[in-house]
Design a protein around this ligand. Sequence first.
Ligand SMILES: Nc1nc2c(c(=O)[nH]1)N[C@H]1C(S)=C(S)[C@@H](COP(=O)(O)O)O[C@H]1N2
Ligand SMILES: [Mo]
Length: 421
Amino acid sequence: MDRRTFLKGGLLVAGGGLILPKLSVAYDPSEILAWSRYPLKSPKHPLIVQTMRPRNFETPVQYYEHFYTPNEAFYVRWHQADYADKKEDFKDYKLKVYGPAAKKPVEFTLDELKKNFKVYELTAINQCSGNRRGLSDPKVTGLQWRYSALGNAKWVGVRLKDVLDAAGVDPKAKAIVVHSSYNPPTVQGQDHFAKAIPIWKAMDENCLIAFEMNGEELPVENGYPARLVIAGWTATYWIKAVTDIQVVFDLPKNFWYDTAYRLPRGKFPTIEFWDKDPSAPFVPITEMVVNSLVVKFVNNNTKRTIYPYEVDNTQIKDIKNFARMGDYITVMGVAYDGGYGIKMVEVSVDGGKTWQEAKIIKSDGRYSWVQWEHTFKVEKKGVYKVMAKASNRMGQTQTFELIWNPAGYHNNVVQTFNLYV
Ligand SMILES: Nc1nc2c(c(=O)[nH]1)N[C@H]1C(S)=C(S)[C@@H](COP(=O)(O)O)O[C@H]1N2
Ligand SMILES: [Mo]
């Protein structure tokens, strides 16, 4: 299949600048027969199927040429196979806030949430903790996500903090424990999927109970009627169809935060959950690490675009028969972190010997990704080794070697693309 025909619409190059068409990506199903994909009758575009039960779908990288990842192509991750999956199933939806550290338990319908609290908008990256796990070497168990268990969206909702305040949080409260009653365990003896969030993070003004995504109601797959947006932290905390928020002094035991979603202590430069047991060898995952993703190469002379991934995102593809001597090539991608903000993205075309600062072409607040591009001239035959490396305002940057860990989290290894001339 010719990669050029892969996307209808696509990119215009005018006056040296890139113009991104608005949500113009349309897939012709006949062109992607090689894919295992989500049924076309669904409102979701063809996505890369990891598992059907529960539904776990990855976004084709091509969609990331859009600054806001289209809802119909947004990746999907569920832990337990039983969950309500039609909007009608949520007629009696209520959000309850209660627990030993909530002085005044409250509950709200979706309409009450919208009416009783001020509504805010926030653009934020939703990235699964296990994004890129499938690239772990040696292999680790778990969903074998490749490069695209993430998306950038504009979320609209009420502040989690405002809703918690309505329930009278005790000043000694330590955490909230959150789950969805619409997504119960399927295997006997398994714990209900739930997350514990330290109170200082839950009270951050950038955490929302969101009911809109990119100007529309949340898709059922992505958490209708309302989900948490825990900006900067990996999406495991972003409970979908959230019904229960318990405010607690101590955490009730639960596999999903006691055992799962943990990192080897001290291996990653991320914020700590709270004053944790200093002898525990594994600590809960928290914020995302700084990362970048190359989305496409554009040849400004031939007007061709290439998305340098195998069709199912399994691996980076060598770029051949694309660039000739004298051509100007633009490499474009995204970069993001846990909310400190991207300071710069550097691109190397010589395998990391020299680096040039890329141009940031769009951003939308510190929890959003930025889009960047870098143009270079092809001046020699051979192989151009193209790499991109993002740094944030904390001075953190991507790694060149994988920091291997048993769950395959936080893979922010600098990508390398071979462009043959
Ligand atoms: N109710 C519920 N919420 C959930 C989950 C789940 O299994 N059930 N999975 C979490 C995980 S691990 C991820 S990565 C994100 C994925 O969000 P998305 O499906 O909207 O992309 O949802 C989170 N919220
Ligand atoms: Mo996840």
